[in-house]
Design a protein around this ligand. Structure first.
Ligand code: SAM
Length: 210
């Protein structure tokens, strides 16, 4: 496993990661029915779970459009950096949570939206995590997953052996449908430049039936 605890403090210093999160946030906003959250409205607004949030680059870009967002990660280092940023920004609707849906009991809360960026390929059991996402979504809730298209293993290099080498879209769609999702759609939202190559990133959106 990549040591995300060690990498957390320098994570936001990479302009590509900042740009990637900004562009993926714009794609999620245009694909999902998120509106600006008006704190004066009586309606509760959209409650979201970000899974594998890292330092919250994507979460900060989306939080103005969410009533509340729980930002979950397994790396305490990432969560510590995130907590400092939330405190500095006074972002009262952002809630960090140490959570591993692969091992921990399901949280009691249910969400209108679950979204994730570059985390799915770190989770061994893709079918299993999609089932967990389905279970913690409200009926009619939206899933938005951004990750690598299938690549040859060069993205992480031969020394990293515990990751998926991206995903075949048709295979991921089948797994999502088997987990109970419908309306599965893919778009290419970004290309990660690395060592003279470019690695496409898809956004898959899907919906839990009502
Ligand atoms: C490549 S980083 C992406 C971070 C962030 N989404 C971004 O784009 O800047 C992957 C993140 O997934 C987290 N992660 C890995 N396995 C996880 C799991 N089983 N559950 C939750 N988070 C996990 C890591 O700690 C790390 O923060």
């Amino acid at each position: 496993m990549t040591n995300f605890d060690e990498r957390a403090k320098d994570w936001d210093a990479d302009p590509m990661k900042v740009e990637r999160a900004r562009i993926v946030a714009a794609a999620i906003r245009s694909a999902l029915p998120l509106g600006p959250f008006d704190k004066l409205r009586a309606t509760p607004g959209t409650c979201a779970l970000e899974y594998g949030c890292g330092t919250g680059l994507l979460g900060f870009a989306l939080q103005p459009y969410l009533a509340s967002v729980t930002l979950a990660d397994t790396s305490q280092g990432m969560l510590d950096v995130l907590a400092g940023k939330i405190k500095a920004a006074g972002a009262a609707n952002m809630h960090p949570l140490r959570l591993d849906l692969c091992a921990d009991p399901l949280p009691a809360a249910r969400y209108h939206v679950i979204y994730s960026l570059m985390t799915l390929h770190h989770i061994p059991d893709t079918a299993g995590i999609l089932q967990k996402f389905h279970a913690v979504l409200e009926p009619g809730g939206w899933l938005a997953l951004a990750d690598l298209d299938r690549e040859d293993g060069s993205f992480h290099g031969p020394e990293v052996t515990d990751v998926h080498h991206g995903f075949e879209r048709t295979e991921l769609q089948s797994l999502a449908e088997s987990a109970g999702f419908g309306g599965v759609t893919f778009t290419t939202v970004y290309e990660i430049p690395k060592a003279g190559r470019r690695y496409p990133v898809f956004l898959m959106t899907a919906r839990k039936g009502t």
